[in-house]
Design a protein around this ligand. Structure first.
Ligand SMILES: *C/C=C(C)/C=C/C=C(C)/C=C/C1=C(C)CCCC1(C)C
Length: 257
């Protein structure tokens, strides 16, 4: 029998690790935002905007996790009811892809802004900011098309998206971000830029691994052992909170001098 009130069923089930990470992600992002906003009072004026942006990144994510968690649980409940609830017909994909990409479209460019804000006192120009944002838009638009618009060409769009990611990694490793940090002669800045680069290179690699679990992509055989949302949720917590903490650490150290 199809249950009439699916809302009663739309709750976290024991053993649902992916569902669990939606809840933990929400709380972790929320707590991190409170931390970054309050700690603004502890740093010198020129770093306050950086901490504000750290808090905005995690706060925007917290708001999206609120909706993504809802969508995910309702989709599971709908599917468990045979795909026949509330006027909808057929099974639905529990991945909240739209919310996910709206979140990333707002937060990833803000992470590029963090690079710019740290380098600004050392002479960074706005052109650098727009170049980084351009790379991130290419990465995200191509990724969205590959997940939601043309999933039959998932590998092609994944490759195009990777070019955008490579652009950001290049800037932070050998391009103008890296050279500006080197020429600054400021060890604290160099350390922060190196750590942020490592997040972009290693932490962000979690996302294409998740993406490759899609049907027709390279790791599709492991979809079931791993879950695309589980990897994206882990990636978001590690990268958004980690980025913010690197910025916080740099700002606190610079302010103590
Ligand atoms: C807070 C959110 C962040 C840091 C999101 C980062 C997302 C990526 C680095 C996504 C990258 C992708 C590729 C490099 C190829 C496949 C498609 C994507 C969009 C998953």
């Amino acid at each position: 029998m199809v249950p009439h009130n699916t809302l009663l069923m739309a709750s976290l089930q024991p053993g649902d690790v992916t569902g669990f990470t939606f809840f933990v992600g929400l709380m972790a992002m929320f707590a991190a935002s409170v931390f970054f906003f309050f700690e603004r009072s502890q740093v010198d004026g020129k770093w306050k905007t950086s901490l504000l942006v750290s808090g905005l990144i995690t706060m925007i994510a917290a708001a999206h996790y609120y909706y993504m968690r809802d969508y995910y649980l309702n989709a599971l409940a709908h599917n468990a009811a045979g795909g026949l609830t509330s006027g909808m017909d057929g099974f639905i994909n529990p991945s909240p892809t739209q919310f996910r990409y709206i979140d990333w479209t707002l937060t990833v460019p803000l992470m590029c802004v963090e690079f710019y804000l740290l380098l600004k006192p050392f002479g960074a120009k706005q052109g650098l900011l727009w170049k980084m944002i351009g790379y991130s838009v290419l990465m995200l638009v191509a990724g969205y098309i590959g997940e939601a618009v043309q999933p039959e060409s998932t590998i092609l769009w994944g490759v195009i998206s990777t070019l955008g990611w490579a652009g950001i990694v290049y800037e932070a490793t050998a391009g103008s971000v890296a050279s500006m940090a080197r020429e600054s002669g400021d060890a604290n800045l160099q350390n922060a830029i190196r750590l942020l680069r490592n997040f972009v290179l290693v932490g962000w690699a979690i996302y294409p691994i998740g993406y490759m679990l899609m049907d027709g992509n390279l790791l599709a055989a492991y979809n079931g052992t791993f879950n695309i949302d589980l990897l994206y949720n882990i990636g978001d917590a590690v990268n958004k909170i980690g980025f913010g903490l690197v910025v916080y650490q740099m700002a606190i150290t610079a302010s103590k001098k």
